[in-house]
Every structure is written in structure tokens, then in C-alpha cells.
Write a protein that binds this ligand. Sequence first.
Ligand SMILES: NC(=O)c1ccc[n+]([C@@H]2O[C@H](COP(=O)([O-])OP(=O)(O)OC[C@H]3O[C@@H](n4cnc5c(N)ncnc54)[C@H](OP(=O)(O)O)[C@@H]3O)[C@@H](O)[C@H]2O)c1
Length: 312
Amino acid sequence: MSQPSLPRLGFIGAGRLARCLALSFSRAGYPVTAVASRTAASASRLASQIEYCAAFDDPQQVVDAADIVFLAVPDDSIGTTAHTLRFVADAAGGPHGKALVHCSGASPVELLAPARDQGAAIGGFHPLYLFGGDLADIDRIAGCSVTIEADGALKEALTALAVALHCHPLSIPAGGRMLYHAAAHYAASFALCSLAECVALWRTLGFAEDDALRALLPMLSGTIETARDKGLPGALAGPVSRGDTGVVEKQLALLEGLGGDHAALYGLLSRRAVGLAERRAKPPVAIEAIAEVVEESLNRSLNQAAAGASVK
Ligand SMILES: NC(=O)c1ccc[n+]([C@@H]2O[C@H](COP(=O)([O-])OP(=O)(O)OC[C@H]3O[C@@H](n4cnc5c(N)ncnc54)[C@H](OP(=O)(O)O)[C@@H]3O)[C@@H](O)[C@H]2O)c1
């Protein structure tokens, strides 16, 4: 049963993220009153799973029936959809003003300026979670963080919504989203790209991808657990962390010999590993020698890549 003092929530877009957020907010006691989407079928499917929630054909009807409207559409449609919406002061004089919020990590909140120009509050609510669109998302999202960009009462309301999902609210300064989102790839897609590089290199030794992943994924899980326990410098393992200059040197030479950008990638990540090792209370004695070996290899491989690019 929802509490009367809570804002009414609406969703424009009924995809992977909206399915989880709408159902989770409803289960947390928030009144989720309205859903619209590109297709009526999507909106009806989601609304039918939520008590007292109506599916609408027109996104404007969501604005009219909710206090906080989540624009959960693909990023390229955020600005165009925001331009079509009309906001008028709450005729009933209710306690909640109107707000329009998008859920993208990369797109600027400023895309919602047309709503702000009509008196609505605007903000960003970005869950750091990869939504699969399944019901399992509802349990898995607990413990994640939600990055919030908003001011005043809307910031308070969005923070309460993040807490209702059992998530940690994170605050981001205005204009910071693009860098924040670019960097977050390292903990998601780029972790997969690191695995893909290993799989590609192991393939030259005859390893099948399935066998490689069976071997690598538990190691990755263990690394994440160790990072949780010991922090990044404390969890660092491998030749850089041990001060094994010879191994680093031989591995870089081997990868340079393979051609392509294998050595450059390894060199850039080794540079970051040197940075982590240096943050330890007792960095390996050989860390400066390793840093030199890494930088020399990077000079060779990056110069080679630049020469290749200018030949093209
Ligand atoms: N998926 C994630 O892991 C994730 C994580 C964090 C943030 N986000 C952000 O969440 C937002 C939504 O992403 P998503 O992954 O949920 O996308 P999605 O699964 O592709 O769903 C998009 C939804 O928007 C609807 N839609 C598309 N264009 C529309 C329009 N012009 N007007 C109204 N509805 C429209 C689609 O309608 P139909 O279903 O009717 O075709 C669909 O229901 C994006 O800003 C994304 O950056 C996503």
C-alpha cells in the first residue's frame, strides 16, 4: 500500500531499466501511476504488473498523471521527447512539484531544459547496474549505487528513491556525466574487453574461448573479492606488484613481436599497475626500473602505431 506523502511516479519508456525501476519503486510503496512507451504493448505489459498503474498512448498523459516522470528512453530520444512535453503547475496544489528525470549516465541533464523552462525540476538518476530486463534485476540492483544530479527538493526525493531500492546514492556535479560514464566503462564493458584480449592471445596457443572463460571468470571474481577486502593497491598481483622486472620486460618484448596493438594495450595497463604498486605502503624496490621498461616499450609501440596511422 503506498503512502499518501510519496510522489507519484511515471515512466516514459518501458524497456529494461524502466521494468526494474517501476516494479521496484512500486514494491517499495511508491505510487507508480502511469507508463507510456513507443508501443502500446510495452506500456501495457509493464503497467499490468503494477497495482493502480495506467498505460497511456501519449507520453503527455504520464506527465499529467505523475509528479516525477522518468524518461527511460534510449539516449538519442531524450532531448526530442523532452521537447514534446508540457508542464503546468500542479492544479490540485499537491505537495510535490513536477519533475522530469532521465536515467542516462552519459547524456547531459540539460537535455531536459524545455521542462525546466516550464517550471519543472529536472535531474538525472543513473543506476550503476547493467539491466537485463529480467525480474532478477529487482533483487540484484540492491547494493548498487545510483548517481544523482539534481538540486533541492528533487535531489532529496531522488535520494530517497535510491535508498528505497537499497542502493547507495552518489552525487555528481553538473556537467560531469560524460567523463563519469566514460570512466565507468572500465568496470563493465572494458573488463569484458580485457577478457577478450586474453582470449585472443590464448587462442594463439590453441585454447577454445569456452575453456578460456571457464578458467578466467573465477579468477576475475576472486580479484573483485580481493579488491573489496584490500582495496586496489592491496589487491594488485602479477609481476609489476612483485617487482619482477625481467618478466615484465620479456612479456612486453613477446607482445611487441606479435605486432598489432597487443604491446601498447599491455604497456598502458602496466603503466596503471605501476601507479597502483607505487600507492602501496611499501612499493616493490624495482618499481622505478619496471616503470622505465614499460615506458620504453610504450614509446616503441605507440610510435609504431602512429607511423602505421600516418602511412594509411
Ligand atoms: N540497460 C541498462 O543497463 C541501463 C543502465 C543504466 C542506465 N540506462 C539508461 O536507461 C535509459 C533506457 O535504457 P534501456 O536499456 O532501458 O533501453 P531499452 O531497453 O532499449 O528500452 C527503451 C524503451 O524506450 C521506449 N522508447 C524508445 N523510443 C521512445 C520514444 N521516442 N518515446 C517513448 N518511448 C520510447 C522503447 O519502447 P518500446 O518497448 O515500446 O519499443 C523501450 O520501452 C537510457 O537512457 C540508458 O542510458 C540503461
